[in-house]
Write a protein that binds this ligand. Structure first.
Ligand SMILES: *[C@@H]1O[C@H](CO)[C@@H](O)[C@H](O)[C@H]1NC(C)=O
Ligand SMILES: *[C@@H]1O[C@H](CO)[C@@H](O)[C@H](O)[C@H]1NC(C)=O
Ligand SMILES: CC(=O)N[C@H]1CO[C@H](CO)[C@@H](O)[C@@H]1O
Length: 288
């Protein structure tokens, strides 16, 4: 299975990724879980799916038409998948464009965070943790003082974050890698009882943000599993992160070259498929 990217309008690009192997509903070659689309839409964004297996030229054109990028969760290889290929293309463009004083925010969720650590360090420094289905509160670091991405009340007390990841960036590997340490500051951590890992981070000099947990799941995914949390506090936290990111995207002024081109690019051209109540993603968009 593949993962896609998102765009909003403020147009947010969401990356597709290879379809999940064995997904009985899969069509085409890649998908975007609808919860990522809804998460951005909930805060006033419009989404542009970014499909895998397109040319660099097409990606560059999309990049220049969207106002932010979301790298979603999923389960593909972070070094050889099409998802990783297009993540790198967009990450490099985002660095270049921000360096040229064109503000372009990037958000990574779960696999998106992991992919960002690989892109920033040119290494896979992840380690296995026992965090496959667990709800946790966030432990704030001193570096989280004064930041807008999170609010502390409730987020640090209640089990509001849904965690569904096997791999994590440990605080230890982060601290030992000069590139990562220079690039990101750690806003929150969590532990599986064995290892402290990074649950929220932001870049020091770029509007790049990443969470290891799943803000989009609380309001929009309903599979009955431990770790899924639907409390009012968790939904509020979810919306807060979406609103933060979409307001970042509002600072960017990229646009499509014509209304018809924009119309063709938007997610509204696709229909999400209901995968059943036991689906890990309730609805998916599938792409050729
Ligand atoms: C650090 O990264 C390596 C991969 O380079 C990994 O094998 C190891 O488990 C990681 N250690 C910790 C403590 O995260
Ligand atoms: C959070 O979940 C853990 C079990 O995973 C539980 O022990 C703890 O009491 C929960 N905390 C709150 C505030 O609900
Ligand atoms: C741009 C790109 O990656 N194109 C590839 C899309 O997929 C087909 C078949 O899998 C390849 O032949 C193309 O090279």
């Amino acid at each position: 299975a593949g993962v896609a990217g998102l765009v909003f309008f403020p147009r947010s690009g969401v990356l597709a990724q290879e379809n999940i192997v064995g997904d009985p509903h899969a069509q085409g070659s890649s998908y975007i879980a609808a919860s990522y689309v809804k998460h951005l839409e909930s805060a006033g964004a419009r989404v542009v799916p970014i499909r895998i297996n397109r040319t660099d030229e097409e990606y560059e054109k999309i990049f220049n038409s969207i106002n932010g990028l979301l790298l979603p969760g999923g389960g593909v290889d972070l070094q050889i998948s099409q998802f990783s290929r297009l993540s790198k293309i967009f990450y490099d463009l985002a660095i270049k464009t921000n360096d040229a004083s064109d503000y372009f925010p990037v958000w990574g969720t779960c696999q998106g965070l992991q992919q960002m650590t690989v892109l920033s360090s040119n290494k896979n420094l992840l380690t296995l943790t026992e965090t496959k289905a667990v709800a946790l509160p966030l432990t704030f670091t001193p570096d989280s003082m004064g930041i807008c991405l999170l609010y502390k009340s409730k987020m640090s007390e209640d089990n509001i974050t849904s965690n569904f990841h096997s791999w994590s960036l440990s605080l230890q590997n982060y601290s030992r890698n000069a590139k990562l340490k220079h690039f990101y500051k750690v806003l929150t951590t969590n532990t599986d009882g064995r290892r402290e890992f990074i649950s929220t981070m932001e870049a020091n000099h770029y509007p790049f943000y990443a969470v290891q947990w799943h803000p989009e799941k609380s309001p929009f995914e309903w599979v009955d599993k431990p770790g899924m949390v639907h409390s009012a506090a968790s939904v509020r936290a979810s919306f807060y992160t979406a609103l933060f990111f979409v307001s970042e995207a509002m600072k960017n002024h990229h646009k499509f070259s014509s209304a018809s081109e924009e119309e063709r690019a938007l997610i509204y051209n696709y229909y999400p498929v209901f995968t059943g109540l036991d689906g890990i993603f309730l609805q998916n968009y599938y792409f050729d």
